[in-house]
Design a protein around this ligand. Sequence first.
Ligand code: SF4
Length: 133
Amino acid sequence: MKTSIACPSNRCKPGSKLLGIRQENGTVTILPEPLSIDESFIEKVKEHPVPAERRFRFTNKCIENGCNQWTGKGCGVIEEVVQYLDRIPVNEVLPPCSIRVHCRWFLQKGADACTICPYIITEITENELSGTE
Ligand code: SF4
């Protein structure tokens, strides 16, 4: 059976798991293990004026053609953001991450994806890439 590929920048919705938490300095700390979320968590975070996708990162199944960011060959988000790698400090040690073996971004861009991953905020990235913000 085909193992599903994980999207590391998904929406706060049923079936998603909490992958990372944005810190005060703006970077995202990736949790060693994604945490399950339930309806009450989703409802609670929606009460906050800042969208959940700007404060947290969520993981869910990569749906490929069902996603606006799919280029036909891969995830357009990581293809776009790795161009900015030279703007951030490179850490030789990758952050511990339990989804790495089936992470869409890692499978596409390897360690470069993990280097830039903590700088990616789902809500902002999606809007910027789609030109809606
Ligand atoms: S890009 Fe790397 S650190 Fe980020 S979710 Fe994927 S495997 Fe984890």
